[in-house]
Design a protein around this ligand. Structure first.
Ligand SMILES: Cc1cc2nc3c(=O)[nH]c(=O)nc-3n(C[C@H](O)[C@H](O)[C@H](O)COP(=O)(O)O)c2cc1C
Length: 378
């Protein structure tokens, strides 16, 4: 599979072309819209989320509710466009009252993007650098999820940390559904909300860590044979490409360095197939899934736009100035955990589709089930 997207943060729409989806897959539009709704949730997100109610429109590649095997063209309209169309319409714009944005925000793509593409207005950078683009990741991930569902693979994600508030080892999945910050801990949720309120009143922002888990992936997806086929590396790269993601770890990740090898290698047992006694490596060995749940964490930095701006420099006058202020989020971890989950789902689906016969969804299901049986009997 491959996809490409186009669209600006305050432009008319996000457009996605997705290739390589097997034919005859029944598409559940409401499920994709629900994924987009979840992307917009979370305590700490800005007012924009009240304006946007994202809805997907598939304009081709699906007939009679099923994929044809051809590329899908997908559109998600930006409701906020109406408030910005004076200057966001590509040709019929009116810039008489428009003010160029010329003081870059530290931490955003503003300055480097302006230098690289030779713009004297940073809007031409951040309209694309912005995380509105992640709509496309959620859409292709939500379509991929419908494929994985047919293969018996499921996924979940939650927020582990916001600022210095951590869920520690708590996993209260009943409470999780009620948590406004998508943390499976009542205590951590309350503390995180208080911290977000504090950050907001200090005109500051917060980062954090989310965790994605994928269940029932058989061993052997991905491959050790070349740098390009290692699935853990592809997942890591895809996660790192999400705006403001600064690090990824599988399983026990960075803390593995504190242990002797004998404490962390996942010992092998045979119980109706090969299994492991533990999952310190988060489900990967040699760039391949090893049959244990995939467990991957991603850290997101505090977002760059501060209501109390940091010092910067005007790109034309070269004088010291306070950085640009845009309407902005305070903490995006709940959204990030949804975006990260769909990003991981897409990468796993892509690896499966490459590895098995997949012109039609039924061929894929058959090939995949027969591989599961082979693995079990090995
Ligand atoms: C869901 C989501 C929402 C975001 N919202 C904002 C925002 O409102 N304001 C902001 O300055 N940055 C926001 N960011 C982060 C910036 O898009 C990101 O920091 C910027 O594009 C620079 O990329 P980098 O941080 O990966 O280097 C958001 C990121 C995500 C994942």
């Amino acid at each position: 599979m491959k996809y490409t997207s186009s669209g600006h943060s305050h432009g008319q729409q996000i457009t996605i072309i997705l290739e390589g989806i097997p034919s005859n897959l029944l598409i559940d539009i409401e499920d994709i819209n629900e994924a987009l709704r979840k992307r917009q949730l979370g305590y700490g997100r800005g007012n924009r989320m009240k304006i946007e109610k994202d809805k997907i429109e598939i304009v081709s590649g699906v007939l009679f509710g099923k994929t044809t095997g051809a590329p899908l063209a997908i559109v998600v309209k930006n409701k906020d466009y109406d408030n910005h169309k004076n200057y966001m319409a590509p040709f019929s714009y009116d810039d008489s009252n428009y003010q160029k944005i010329q003081v870059p925000r530290p931490g955003h793509a503003d300055l480097v993007g302006a230098i690289k593409y030779n713009h004297d207005d940073m809007r031409l950078v951040f309209e694309r650098a912005s995380a509105r683009e992640t709509v496309s990741r959620v859409v292709v991930g939500a379509i991929s999820k419908q494929i994985l569902y047919q293969l018996g693979i499921t996924a979940a994600s939650f927020v582990r940390e916001i600022g210095n508030v951590s869920i520690e080892d708590e996993r209260d999945m009943d409470f999780f559904e009620k948590s406004d910050v998508m943390m499976p801990s009542k205590r951590a949720t309350q503390e995180a909300i208080a911290l977000i309120d504090e950050a907001k009143s200090r005109k500051d922002t917060l980062g954090g860590i989310c965790q994605v888990e994928v269940y029932d992936v058989p061993c052997g997806i991905g491959s050790y044979v070349s740098h390009e086929t290692k699935l853990d590396a592809k997942i890591a790269a895809a996660l790192l490409s999400i705006q403001s993601c600064k690090g990824v770890e599988f399983g026990d990740g960075f803390s593995l360095s504190h242990h002797f090898g004998s404490e962390v290698h996942d010992e092998i047992i045979y119980e109706d197939g090969f299994k492991r006694k533990s999952n310190h490596y988060g489900g990967f060995e040699g760039g391949m899934t090893n049959g244990m749940p995939i467990v991957v964490k991603a850290v997101f930095k505090p977002i760059p736009t501060l209501m109390q701006p940091l010092s910067s420099v005007h790109i034309k006058t070269k004088e010291k100035a306070l950085s640009h202020i845009e309407r902005s989020d305070v903490c995006i971890l709940p959204s990030a955990s949804i975006i990260a989950m769909y990003t991981v789902i897409y990468e796993i689906t892509n690896a499966i589709i490459k590895q098995f016969t997949s012109d039609t969804i039924h061929q894929l299901i058959e090939a995949f089930q027969s591989y599961r049986t082979y693995v079990k009997r090995f």
